[in-house]
Ligand binder design. Structure first.
Ligand code: ADP
Length: 415
């Protein structure tokens, strides 16, 4: 018997057996039998011509047919069906044909079935990958929406808080004036000072919330002007003088190449960024420790480093501290004074710092061996700022066109 004749002979039993085993319910079975007939026609064509391409269209349809239930359940249903078809074909051939005819037919169709199985597996895998990447895209969209809502919430809340705070501030100032005019009552005076400190801190937090939403929405506007790092460090040293003395810390500002170079940048914003990093160094270094500000020139950039001998940062936290609310989970740190040892805040300082530096075309990162309150491994923050020596806005360039690069040299000695 030829292989074609063998195939013809087993066909009705083959269709019946497979449909019975793999399709439950009359309706499903009829549809499935049509599919099996289509497959068998193509199988016969393939055997006759030796070209497996005949089977490809139906294998393509099958491979892309997993239902939502199959995909949700993670089962490879089509590959399973193909495997069963192969096994049942061998059984039916053995039962229906002579030993020789069965062997001959199985030998002829085995490579075709192997090809079919690999094609079906590939198509089924593609369907699955497409589905997973679709789900990932949806999850990503959802995350972006959530992040946007968080950012909008921040900005609306900050604006809402600002109005009553301004009122409280106004009334407190009036009360201070009245107390002063009436000769001053030291007790009330010191109470009012306490209220004022609270107001200032609250104002800073609100400003931070607004800054984060500006950065998030790419709305941070930079006012590019000539600046000298040495000036900013001088101001910073002055601002932190009192707390450095209180906490018995040692702040060392080394003279480094590039510190007196004129750069274009937003000096207020860069000062804010530097102040955040150095204030953190103060906060996370125990009394008596050392904070060193140093730097160097790199091609196209000036690098500023802020190192401390503090508690350090674990590798896990190093990955999250630059993200907004990266520290929200650590409620034990939320207290607290701005410069008190380990006095945590809302965790907005470093995200703002990163936003400011990146808006200038720079970058910031941290190095630390880890977190250890006993061994105090310390941390080093690296800030890279582009050495922009020309204003991008021609009006600014005109305004500051005559700034002398070395003009600030005489002012360096203030540090
Ligand atoms: P905040 O200080 O308000 O919590 P920041 O964004 O300024 O928020 O800092 C985020 C976190 O990074 C801090 O809570 C702290 O855990 C960690 N951190 C920042 N700077 C240092 C540092 N110099 N040493 C150790 N930990 C630091």
């Amino acid at each position: 018997m030829t292989i074609q004749e063998s195939l013809q002979q087993i066909r009705p039993i083959w269709v019946e057996r497979i449909a019975h085993e793999l399709a439950s319910g009359e309706g499903v079975r009829v549809g499935f039998m049509e599919q099996l007939d289509r497959f068998y026609d193509m199988l016969e064509q393939t055997v006759a011509t030796g070209n497996t391409a005949w089977l490809d269209p139906i294998l393509y349809d099958w491979g892309h047919s997993p239902t939502e239930t199959n995909l949700d359940g993670g089962d490879y249903y089509v590959s399973f069906v193909m495997n069963r078809i192969i096994a049942i074909t061998i059984d039916v051939a053995r039962e229906t044909l002579s030993k020789e005819d069965a062997l001959e037919m199985i030998a002829a169709i085995t490579p075709i079935f192997t090809h079919s199985l690999s094609v079906v597996v590939r198509y089924e895998m593609e369907t699955r990958v497409a589905r997973i990447s679709n789900e990932l895209n949806k999850a990503q969209e959802k995350l972006q929406q959530l992040d946007q809502s968080k950012s909008n919430f921040l900005s609306v809340t900050a604006h809402e808080l600002k109005t009553p705070l301004t009122l409280i501030e106004g009334y407190t100032t009036m009360m201070v004036d009245i107390v002063e005019q009436s000769g001053g009552q030291s007790e009330i005076d010191s109470l009012l000072k306490g209220v004022n400190t609270g107001i200032q801190r609250m104002r800073r937090i609100i400003e931070d919330m607004l800054d984060v939403s500006l950065i998030d929405n790419n709305l941070l506007k930079l006012n590019f002007q000539p600046l000298w790092i040495t000036h900013l460090l001088g101001l910073l040293q002055n601002e932190l003088k009192k707390v450095i003395a209180q906490r018995k810390l040692n702040l060392i500002i080394s003279e480094f190449e590039g510190w007196s170079m004129m750069l274009y940048g937003d000096s207020e914003r860069i000062y804010q960024a530097l102040l955040n990093v150095v204030t953190n160094a103060v906060k996370y270094t125990p009394d008596g420790g050392m904070i060193t500000i140093d730097g160097r020139m790199l091609p196209g950039f000036v690098e500023i480093t802020v190192s401390d001998t503090g508690i350090g940062i674990s590798p896990k936290d190093q990955a999250t501290i630059f993200e907004k609310f990266g520290q929200l989970g650590r409620t034990n740190l939320h207290s607290s004074g701005k410069t008190k040892f380990k006095g945590g805040g809302p965790g907005l300082g470093l995200p703002i710092t990163k936003g400011i530096i990146e808006a200038h075309g720079g970058t910031i990162w941290v190095e630390s061996e880890g977190y250890d309150e006993v061994k105090l491994p310390g941390s080093t923050f690296h800030i890279l700022l582009p050495t922009r020596t020309e204003a991008s806005d021609p009006r600014v360039a005109k305004l500051f066109g005559e700034v002398d690069q070395n003009k600030s040299d005489t002012q360096q000695s203030t540090i």
